[in-house]
Every structure is written in structure tokens, then in C-alpha cells.
Design a protein around this ligand. Structure first.
Ligand code: SF4
Length: 449
């Protein structure tokens, strides 16, 4: 049986693409291996979003072609967003790569893996020269790479928004939703496989169903998923601030299995910068939105992300962003420095901010947020919460870890577990009551009761 190894880079949406490609290969009789030395074929599923991600992708490709040059690997396939963005350059500079497949071509992984075919002679289906249509379905073979108790479901692909810093629409094509029934069936099947937490993802989750003429489809989907018996948690990632409907918030509030959690990148807080980003809004309108969210869904955890150093950002603009963060007291915040990406509208903007200033502003914002997160975490000391147990901590063999409903995997903090009743053996993927005894900036420490 031929062995295939996968390197999956970038965001959870790209991970789902890797899982779909692995699923198709496995269904066709290949063996998926995580041992690079025994992989006859290596697939590098790349990210092309920002400079650092692109560099990481190129490094992974060169590692794979290096293994091929050393006779360890026979075939190298490069997939994903970097291919969509730089296909011609990559094909010219990396002739040792056997096949390049874009984000609209993951259904062609078997052709690409077929050694009898010279994939480069086959017609392309890249987003550049075709309307992107690819969407996986509930019965598309999928080999999941996440923990057995949690799974991502991609509910839509692509994006039509004009955010000036973003290259994603060019790499993922126009916005297109999956069918409601297909997602429901997939979730039911995943629940039967023991999945407890479903994480709904898209580039722009809030617009789910809109292109199919449906209204408030995301709200209806959350309620429908809430009926699936064995599921425990339903989480939505990547909501868009201008599309937070009352129906959506009420569905989160009224559906017991919907985690009281909102991931909504805001990117900035100043009217000037939001306008330059082609996102619109003001600090006041965003503060009003956050108040509405908290009124509708009490105790909801709010996660957001910001960019510092966007072209044209002044110290006054940055102070406006700091004021938004102080006034809103978000639970979890990610901050990125602006990456100057050719092909985006921002690339042609004047008044670029030097990286040193962008990084200093990022550090100041993170310092401010760390104080807020710590204060909020300290307010949890003495309380008991339902925790999804996830086994040994990544930080120490002396600790276990889990997540509260307000903690999404990998991007938010964890609850570290340092005590439990004698002879008690918790199971990964099960839920336990945990009392919080200690709190830090991002992590909490507690005991299983
Ligand atoms: S919503 Fe904006 S930032 Fe997000 S993928 Fe679309 S264009 Fe990019």
C-alpha cells in the first residue's frame, strides 16, 4: 500500500481541505502516515495569507523536495493557497515538484498522486481562470486530523468582502455556502463517531446561506445542530461584525449546546483606519455592537483580532484602538502586525507604517489586554465550570488540560488541571466539573470535583 504524508499549514479551513484530501487518498487505498521517512508521496498543503505564513510554506516545500532529492520521497505535491496565489512562479522555480493543486482542485488529489500521470500536462482548474465551485459534501471521504472528540465543519468557502489587507478572496474564490442538509448530515455522522464539539468555520461564517437566498440560515443551523443527541458543544468561528443578527445571537442564547462564545475579528477601532481597511464602522459603533451582544447573550465570551501598523495608522488612530480594547474588555484578543501583500488594495496605499512601530503598537496592545484577561480570569477563582477534558497538558507531564466553553482549541488559553479525587481516571473527550483555584493572564488552574 502506498504511503502518503501530509504537512498541513495555515488555518482550520485549510486543515479541513487536508482532511478531505487525506480521506480521498485513504478511500482509494493509500495509507496516511505521519512518519516523513516512510512517505512515498508528500503533500504540502500551504498557506499564502501573510509573509510569515508564506515563508513557512516555502520552507516545508523545500524540505519535501530535499527528501525527494535524497531518495526518501518519490513524489511531492504542493496544494493550497500559496499555489492559488503564485502558481506560475512556483512551477517555474520548483520543477522538482510533481503536481500543484489549488484550493478549487482538492477533488483532484488522486490524479495528482497518480505516478502514471504527468499532472502538469493536465488542464488547470485554478481560481484565476475558473469560477471557484469546489465544496466538499457530507459523504466526501474525510480523514480527520483533530482530536477524536472535536471536529471542524466548513459551512462555506470563499469571500466577497473587500477588506483592503486581505488576499483570501483571490485564493479562495467567491463566497459559496454548503447545503444546510449536507452540514446537518455531516454533523450527525460526526456525533455518531464520538465527536462532542463541532466548530463551524468559513472565511465569513455570518453570511452562511445568503448566496442561496436563505435568511438567518446560521441561526437556523445552530438550532438544528442543537437537536443532535450526542453533540455537546456547537461553536461558530469567524463571524463578521456587520452581520451579527438578533436571530444569530438568540440562537446562541437559546440553544443549550451552543457555546456562549463569539469569535469576531474587528481588525481595528479607529474610524479612519476602518475606512482605509474598507471595513467601515467606528469605535462607538463597535462598542454599541459589543453591548448588544452582551445584552442578548449574558456571560458570552468574546474573542477578536486586530491589526497594528496598517498603512495610514497614526498614533491617534492607535489610541482609539486602545480605547476600544479598554472599553470593551474582550476575553481573548489576537494581534497581528500588518503584512504588505501585493495584489491587495492596501498594497498601493501611501503612509506605510514601519515594522518597528507596528510591532511596538502590537506589544502595547497585548500588554493592555493581558491586564484585562488576568482580571477577568481572576474573577473566575472559586467558581466551578463544565470542562472538556483533553488529557495531558502540552506544558507539563504533571498537569492535565481541558477547555471551558469560552476557550476555542489552540487559539485561546486552557484550563490546567492539577488535582482530582483519588483513583479518579478522567477520559479524554468527556466533560467534568472543575473548580478554578488559580488564574493567570491566559490560563486557569483548577481541580476536577
Ligand atoms: S472577511 Fe475580509 S478578512 Fe475575512 S476573508 Fe473576507 S476579505 Fe479576508
Amino acid at each position: 500500500m502506498k504511503k502518503v504524508g501530509f504537512v498541513s499549514l495555515g488555518c482550520p479551513k485549510n486543515l479541513v481541505d487536508s482532511e478531505v484530501m487525506m480521506g480521498q487518498l485513504k478511500a482509494a487505498g493509500y495509507e496516511i502516515t505521519n512518519n516523513a521517512d516512510e512517505a512515498e508521496t508528500v503533500v504540502v498543503n500551504t498557506c499564502g495569507f501573510i509573509e510569515s505564513a508564506k515563508a513557512e510554506s516555502v520552507e516545508a516545500i523545500l524540505e519535501a523536495t530535499g527528501a525527494k532529492a535524497n531518495g526518501v520521497t518519490k513524489r511531492v505535491i504542493v496544494a493550497g493557497c500559496l499555489v492559488e496565489r503564485y502558481r506560475d512562479d512556483l512551477m517555474k522555480e520548483l520543477p522538482e515538484v510533481d503536481a500543484f493543486i489549488g484550493t478549487n482542485e482538492i477533488g483532484r488529489i488522486l490524479e495528482a498522486a497518480d505516478e502514471t500521470k504527468n499532472f502538469k500536462d493536465l488542464p488547470l482548474m485554478s481560481i484565476g481562470n475558473k469560477t471557484a465551485t469546489y465544496l466538499y459534501d457530507f459523504d466526501t471521504p474525510r480523514f480527520r486530523a483533530t482530536e477524536s472528540h472535536t471536529a471542524f465543519i466548513k459551512i462555506a468557502e470563499g469571500c466577497d468582502r473587500p477588506c483592503a489587507f486581505c488576499s483570501i478572496p483571490g485564493m479562495r474564490g467567491s463566497f459559496r455556502s454548503r447545503r444546510f442538509g449536507s452540514i446537518l448530515k455531516e454533523a450527525e455522522d460526526l456525533a455518531k463517531q464520538g465527536v462532542k464539539e463541532i466548530v463551524l468555520i468559513a472565511q465569513d461564517s455570518s453570511r452562511f446561506g445568503e448566496d442561496l437566498g436563505e435568511v438567518d440560515a446560521l441561526a437556523k443551523l445552530i438550532r438544528a445542530l442543537g437537536e443532535i443527541r450526542d453533540l455537546e458543544w456547537i461553536r461558530v468561528m469567524y463571524a463578521y461584525p456587520t452581520h451579527i443578527s438578533d436571530a444569530f445571537l438568540e440562537a446562541i442564547r437559546d440553544t443549550p449546546k451552543a457555546v456562549k462564545y463569539l469569535d469576531m475579528p474587528l481588525q481595528h477601532g479607529s474610524r479612519n483606519v476602518l475606512k482605509l481597511m474598507k471595513r467601515g464602522g467606528t469605535r462607538e459603533s463597535l462598542e454599541k455592537l459589543i453591548r448588544r451582544v452582551r445584552e442578548k447573550v449574558p456571560n458570552i465570551t468574546i474573542r477578536t483580532t486586530f491589526i497594528t501598523g496598517f498603512p495610514g495608522e497614526t498614533e491617534t488612530d492607535f489610541e482609539e484602538l486602545m480605547m476600544l480594547v479598554r472599553n470593551c474588555e474582550f476575553d481573548n484578543v489576537g494581534v497581528f502586525t500588518y503584512s504588505d501583500e501585493e495584489g491587495t488594495a492596501a498594497y498601493d496605499l501611501p503612509n506605510k507604517v514601519d515594522q518597528k512601530t507596528a510591532k511596538q503598537r502590537r506589544a502595547r496592545l497585548m500588554k493592555e489586554q493581558a491586564k484585562i484577561s488576568k482580571r477577568k480570569n481572576q474573577a473566575k477563582i472559586g467558581n466551578t465550570y463544565k470542562v472538556l477534558f483533553e488529557g495531558l497538558s502540552q506544558e507539563s507531564d504533571l498537569l492535565f488540560q481541558g477547555r471551558l466553553e469560552g476557550q476555542a482549541q489552540e487559539i485561546d488559553g486552557y484550563i490546567l488541571i492539577n488535582d482530582m479525587p483519588a483513583d479518579f481516571e478522567p477520559k479524554v473527550g468527556e466533560f467534568y466539573n472543575v473548580k478554578i483555584n488559580e488564574a493567570h493572564n491566559y490560563d486557569l488552574i483548577g481541580e476536577i470535583l
